[in-house]
Write a protein that binds this ligand. Structure first.
Ligand SMILES: Cc1cc2nc3c(=O)[nH]c(=O)nc-3n(C[C@H](O)[C@H](O)[C@H](O)COP(=O)(O)OP(=O)(O)OC[C@H]3O[C@@H](n4cnc5c(N)ncnc54)[C@H](O)[C@@H]3O)c2cc1C
Ligand SMILES: *[C@@H]1O[C@H](CO)[C@@H](O)[C@H](O)[C@H]1NC(C)=O
Ligand SMILES: *[C@@H]1O[C@H](CO)[C@@H](O)[C@H](O)[C@H]1NC(C)=O
Ligand SMILES: *[C@@H]1O[C@H](CO)[C@@H](O)[C@H](O)[C@H]1NC(C)=O
Ligand SMILES: *[C@@H]1O[C@H](CO)[C@@H](O)[C@H](O)[C@H]1NC(C)=O
Ligand SMILES: *[C@@H]1O[C@H](CO)[C@@H](O)[C@H](O)[C@H]1NC(C)=O
Length: 553
């Protein structure tokens, strides 16, 4: 995509070099032992932290099981993250057809990418860093307040190598300046922070797993799907797995299994293993281990409305600017330039309005349309740059930070290889419409400031047939609602399906069984007013201390 031939050649050469110098870490195994003290399911954002921390104890044995393998080399270049979607490192889920939203998507379905392989979703995400707001944690159960998590946040900021957008940059400058000129209460418009090292993606795979993967007491089993959690009288016994070659195995556990398979796969695995709402288990003829009504409920996500802003001045990242020799050369020699960034120039909020400034003016239509599942007409109405790689502009991703709508993850069948039914129920609660409308208006206000005016920033009004009877102006409530129900796009932040307090207790133990814990995005009780990845790293650090029964470490 971004610079086809040139980039392909460099990628090929560098990847040959990379593989030539790469020797398999000692922890990667093909044949597991019969028993381990701890088994961690899923090597994603959270699983890499847990496996690494537990194996620091040299007197315990740890097995980390991951359904995927290594991520390819593209995953290291921040700006190329979208290219991994739909490939073998993506579970490539789709939501159920939506009733209250997604009208401009094929079949009313959103694409829900999830990472598969060492690093999990953290290995294909957009790297934006945030810890949300202190108020987000107010109603979280005991032990998970903002004050409890704060020492972990400080620790994680260092370990995850949180860095600001590197260069002094036109759009960032305008964004920051808007905070001063707006002079509104509770408004924050800041440079975006992201996790990277010398221009390369930096995730828990690098920061935690790679530090641990030569330890003798840690084994890592890749390309192996955990198909069931095994119990005996509600006590954990072990796991059932399917190896790459299709054969089935069982692995025993002496202490605990920790599920880190993510918001979608963790409830799916629990349900298939007989832990969940009894009605759901009976529907699929699964024998009941424990009736736990809330498994799979409370699913939430952010919904982003892409508001395109046209620019008169040449201050954005266009496809043409990315495909130059110096741009590619600088990246591969010095780790600098646009490719070293995630393209996110600013993060803002005011009350419950969230704003993300994505500074890339244009992308190849096929790529963005395919990964989002937008219908062609929707895509073209939203992005005036669709047929013009020199077009100047940027995208404001606008969202309600604390949505109230709640959906669910349920089984399609009792076969783990069947993708579960995912229903985020976007915009089901009408308060979310009002909240998103306010967020759009907040975005418009920022444009009415000095530098944005100098750049000739002008919001683009999509011309959707379904909204033509309305006044084409985002300040008009009905028009805004019409647009958000057509074009609102997943924020890629699904959480909540095994929340603390309902499915797991305050120490993350699954209720009603023993020897089973969960630590991943599914335990997050309510939305984080920002991005979840760094919060999960901090939570996984605290979870490790809980499991090892030690205080802040
Ligand atoms: C496209 C995209 C962009 C995003 N952008 C950002 C961002 O900019 N900032 C941010 O903070 N967050 C972002 N996120 C969200 C963030 O990455 C996730 O919230 C986070 O990675 C979730 O971590 P997790 O530990 O819950 O699960 P994951 O990281 O998803 O890990 C789960 C792991 O378990 C494995 N697994 C699942 N089932 C099984 C099984 N049955 N057997 C064996 N292994 C299994 C999976 O293969 C995977 O490796 C983004 C997400 C996506 C998809
Ligand atoms: C498949 O792989 C597993 C684990 O590596 C191994 O134990 C088993 O013998 C293999 N089965 C076949 C049929 O090759
Ligand atoms: C491992 O060692 C720690 C102290 O270093 C001890 O507290 C713990 O009980 C030991 N665990 C096992 C399983 O022996
Ligand atoms: C600022 O935010 C706080 C916390 O969300 C809220 O209590 C307060 O009312 C807000 N103030 C204004 C003026 O919006
Ligand atoms: C935030 O909320 C307060 C109180 O409801 C309101 O007065 C203020 O205008 C809001 N700020 C923005 C930027 O929406
Ligand atoms: C892009 O398409 C629009 C019509 O949708 C047309 O007016 C415009 O000239 C096209 N631009 C280019 C560069 O082809």
């Amino acid at each position: 995509m971004w610079g086809h031939v040139l980039i392909s050649i460099v990628v090929l050469l560098t990847s040959l070099f990379y593989h030539y110098h790469f020797s398999e870490p000692a922890s990667i195994i093909d044949y597991p032992e019969t028993h381990y003290d701890y088994v961690v399911v899923g090597a994603g954002t959270s699983g890499c932290v847990i496996a690494s921390r537990l194996s620091e104890m040299s007197n315990v044995t740890v097995l980390l099981v991951e359904a995927g393998g290594y991520f390819g080399w593209t995953s290291t270049i921040p700006l190329l993250a979208p290219m991994m979607q739909g490939t073998e490192v993506d579970w490539a889920y789709k939501t159920e057809p939506q009733v209250f939203s997604s009208r401009g998507f094929n079949g009313y379905r959103q694409n829900w990418p999830r990472g598969k392989g060492l690093g999990g979703s953290g290995q294909l995400n957009y790297l934006v860093h945030s810890f949300g707001r202190p108020e987000d944690y107010k109603r979280w159960p005991k032990g998970w307040s903002h004050a409890d998590l704060l020492p972990y946040f400080q620790k994680v900021t260092d370990i995850m190598n949180v860095v600001p957008m590197p260069e002094e940059e036109y759009l960032t400058k305008a964004f920051i300046l808007a905070e001063e000129s707006l002079k509104l209460d509770n408004v924050s418009l800041r440079k975006a922070m992201y996790t990277a090292k010398r221009g390369s993606r930096w995730t828990t795979h690098h920061a935690y797993l790679q530090k641990a993967w030569n330890r003798k007491n840690l084994h890592i089993l890749m390309n192996t799907l955990v198909t069931k959690i095994l119990f005996k009288n509600n006590n954990i016994e072990g796991i059932k797995v399917m190896y790459k070659n299709g054969s089935i195995g069982r692995i025993g556990v002496r202490k605990e299994v920790i599920l880190c398979a993510g918001t979608i796969n963790t409830p799916q695995l629990l349900l298939i293993s007989g832990v969940g709402p009894i009605s759901e288990l009976e529907k699929h003829k699964i024998s009941v281990v424990r009736d736990l009504p809330e498994v799979g409920r409370n699913l939430f996500d952010h919904l982003n409305v892409p508001v395109y802003v046209n620019l008169r001045e040449r201050v954005s990242i266009t496809l043409v600017k990315l495909q130059t020799v110096p741009e590619v050369f600088n990246y591969f020699t010095f780790g600098t330039g646009w490719l070293a960034t995630n393209g996110v120039m600013g993060l803002g909020r005011a009350n419950n309005s969230g704003l993300l400034l994505f500074g890339v003016a244009s992308a190849e239509e096929k790529l963005l349309k395919t990964i989002s599942n937008f219908e062609t007409e929707t895509y073209r109405s939203l992005f005036p740059s669709y047929n013009d790689s020199m077009h100047e502009g940027f995208i404001y991703l606008v969202s309600c930070l604390q949505p109230k709508s709640r959906g669910s993850v349920t089984l399609r069948s009792s076969d783990i290889r069947d993708p579960p039914r995912i229903n985020p129920a976007y915009l089901q609660d009408s308060d979310d419409v009002t909240c998103t409308y306010r967020a759009i208006n907040f975005a418009l206000e920022t444009l009415n400031t000095r530098l944005f005016r100098e750049y000739g920033a002008k919001v683009h009004i999509p011309d959707f047939e379904e909204c033509r009877h309305l006044r084409p102006d985002y300040r008009d409530f009905d028009y805004s609602e019409c647009v958000m129900r057509i074009a609102g796009l997943t924020g890629y932040h699904p959480c909540g399906t095994c929340r603390i307090g309902a499915v797991v207790d305050e120490e993350l133990r699954v209720k009603g069984v023993s020897g089973l814990r969960i630590m991943d995005a599914s335990v997050v009780p309510s939305p984080i007013s920002g991005t979840p990845n760094s919060v999960l790293v901090a939570m996984a650090e605290r979870a490790s201390d809980i499991i090892l029964d030690r205080s802040f470490n």
